[in-house]
Design a protein around this ligand. Sequence first.
Ligand code: NAD
Length: 493
Amino acid sequence: MNPSASTAPTLKAVDHYIGGQRLPSSGAAGTTLNSPVDGKPLGLLHPASTAELDQTVAAAQKAFLEWRATPVKERVQPLFRFKQLVEDNIAELSQLVTAENGKTPAESEAGIRKGLEVVEYATSLPQLITGELLEVSSGVDCYTRSYPLGVTAGITPFNFPAMVPFWMFPLAIATGNSFILKPSDQVPFTPLRLAELLSQAGLPAGVFNVLQGGRETVEALLDHRGIAAAAFVGSTPVARTVYARGTAAGKRMLALGGAKNHLVVMPDADPEVTARNVVSSAMGCAGQRCMAASVLLAVGNCDHIIEAIINVARGIRLGQDMGAIINPKARDRIVGYIDRAAAGSTKVLLDGRGAKVAGKEGGNYVGPTIIDGVVPGQEWACDEIFGPVLSILRVKALDEALAIENASPFGNAAAIYTSDGGTAAYFEARANAGMVGINIGVPVPREPFAFGGWNESRFGIGDITGRDGLAFWTKTRKVTKKWSAASAKNWMS
Ligand code: NAD
């Protein structure tokens, strides 16, 4: 999506979804959104006005009062129906994700299906939220009850228009909160369709709302006194400031940030499997994934594996196996990294610059790129390039690879390829990342194992899904109870 300033009169403004209906935005001047696939205009995005934000919070507050009093077994029923509706409409939803984000339809569908795992988890809430009870002394019970927080919010990035919102709203609403999603201003369409499907599934109006906008809308949401908590997923600099601003305003906050994931290849790794996996990790979604492996640490002599990696990457058909970059600015930024690599002492083994897709000349494309001879501290080793660019660093020993991985300020994912269990265990124990892969290049945990990184890939406590997700969207009351037996005597014969 290309947010370039425009006032094209023929383009339709992107709606908000407030209190159970689509409402046209009346906010400030709009920006034109162009499809990354072919550059064709999709709509005009107006950031929410202050009045629209207040209207959304009021609708969510009103809905919350009834929703929180709805028993949990009833609250999860719309989510069962919603899951089925998403599956029934998955082709349409995937096309929508592809049109606004640029990834391939297969990648779009995979992201939606992964997101549905969180819906499944949320539907089991009655089994998960039963509380605890202990007789702490004779005749005295302590027990817990969970309560929702109130009106909550989610702020999401461009790279997974459905999956990342799915990390948030199913748990937030199943636990009894109402929710305002502020999607990326580059991909505002998919969440609107999700809102319609939630309504169709029977979710009461105002429990799920979508408010469009960019930075100003985020800041207004974070400052709004009517919102109790917010989850954020996006780049590290923004995650850091969003977390600080939200907590300063008294909100419960969790902010997931960016990444620079390292993938260690040992000489004993299976060359074919490793090559396919490394390429899929680095080039999938055109490298625009927080779980993408973007640094390959080749230990010892891995020439045969690197050769296999180049061959697999060379076979990628742009426009079919690999999609587009989100906007021309992001594409030019990625190309800048390759330009500088080509001009320096590093070797560009595979060069994706100037890539075009026939019939889609207006799209934003970069082909698979592999840069060899990178050394620690260089920009290709440190920066989140967020494109289909794999940087190779050659090291002599596993400890040297670990030292480089451990020094990264990020900590989302790290992976190793080896055929030796002891080597894998050594790596697993020492990698400085929240999600570790062993012979798996994109180690996204399947639910109920939760998603979440460490270090500067996350600000706040806990993971965003799984049990930590439930804890994030709820508060717990501890009750200590004692009844006197005296009154019972009145009823004794
Ligand atoms: P981004 O940080 O630019 O934007 C994220 C959200 O914040 C969007 O809704 C955007 O409108 C808003 N925003 C942008 N600038 C802002 C500002 N200055 N103040 C307040 N809000 C602002 O991220 P992006 O480019 O949309 O997404 C890519 C980034 O997200 C990458 O860094 C990627 O690694 C990261 N990401 C992380 C995870 C994870 O789980 N850790 C998952 C997906 C994406």
